[in-house]
Design a protein around this ligand. Structure first.
Ligand code: PRT
Ligand code: ZN
Length: 283
């Protein structure tokens, strides 16, 4: 039976459980448990600290894991990156004191940089030929410059508010991260099949995000023109209406194009337009 590791508590916990639940997989909310059996899929769920997930997957303690790409890159254990999961976006950036006279990467030569991501930073500095002192600290990296522990920091940034409230300014965006599904590279046939079932469900969920199901009535004579406006998985579905000369047309439209398409369809004479949220899109 597949074992998947998710973060026990923290920023990725809720969305990991949410994604599994959308995929029809019920997961116990109990945060005190280390492992529990999922409902609706032959799978066990392990609740771990995010830092431990890459190693657990590499060692085969878990077959799969949901974790930030930042942790995967930092730990560098041999795991397969199976798919991106569409949440947990952030970046790891270099930041300096707001008043510093920053003049490009050379600024960091001989400087002390505090971080919880020493490996990613060391690789970046090596690539750029910068010789700096990397100080590894766990937690509250953003206060290191203020207490005189470092001249700069390399830390996770999302909105940027934490940097601002600590008098820091982001000067180099080094690494872009998001939540990913990782897998042990030596899964047997059976577990590979189960993983494929799981990623099929995840992909259907991700693809349906931002998509709307639209239906409307349209004069039959405008159908050909309407079809050029409406994309579909193949083409739009067209059904006859009881009223002669009219049809009902159904299609899936990407949210970003929704209003522009609807305006064009209205101009063609479309009426009774309904826009519905799409739960799943199975190709
Ligand atoms: O206990 P455990 O070790 O499991 O959790 P943790 O405390 O190490 O991690 P957690 O829960 O904070 O984050 C888990 C993962 O979420 C990270 O590894 C990233 O992949 C992802 N993620 C996304 C973030 C953020 N956004 C984020 N903003 N992780 C941390 N932050 C922190 C950051 O460290 C900084 O303190 O938020 C602050 C910056 O946020 P802004 O919005 O002020 O810029
Ligand atoms: Zn952690």
């Amino acid at each position: 039976m597949l074992r998947i590791a998710i973060q026990a508590k923290g920023r990725l916990n809720e969305q990991s459980i949410g994604l599994l639940s959308e995929a029809g997989i019920g997961v116990a909310e109990s945060k005190r448990k280390l492992i529990s059996r999922a409902d609706g899929f032959p799978m066990k769920v392990l609740y771990l600290r995010d830092d431990d997930i890459p190693q657990a997957v590499a060692m085969g303690v878990a077959d799969l894991g949901i974790v930030g790409l930042n942790e995967v890159a930092e730990k560098n254990f041999p795991v397969e990156r199976t798919m991106d999961l569409g949440f947990g976006s952030c970046r790891i950036s270099l930041a300096v004191d707001r008043t510093a006279d920053y003049n490009g990467l050379d600024y960091f030569r001989g400087k002390r940089v505090a971080t919880s991501y020493p490996n990613i930073l060391a690789r970046f500095f090596a690539e750029k030929g910068i010789d700096a002192e990397i100080h590894t600290i766990k937690g509250s990296v953003e206060i290191a410059p203020a207490v005189g522990m470092s001249d700069a920091i390399f830390d996770i940034v999302s909105s940027g508010d934490t940097l601002i409230s600590n008098g820091l300014v982001e000067v180099e965006k080094v690494f872009y991260s998001k939540a990913v599904l990782i897998a042990n590279p030596k899964l047997d046939e059976q577990k590979r099949r189960e993983t494929a079932q799981l990623t099929f469900r995840f992909n259907s969920i991700l693809e349906s995000r931002g998509m709307k199901y639209v239906l409307m009535n349209l004069p039959q004579e405008k159908l050909d023109e309407a079809i050029t406006i409406l994309p579909g998985m193949r083409s739009p579905t067209v059904l006859p209406l009881a009223q002669e000369g009219w049809c009902s047309i159904h299609a899936v439209i990407c949210e970003s194009q929704l209003w522009e398409r609807i305006e064009r369809l209205k101009a063609l004479g479309a009426e009774g337009i309904l826009v519905l949220t799409l739960e799943n899109m199975i190709r």
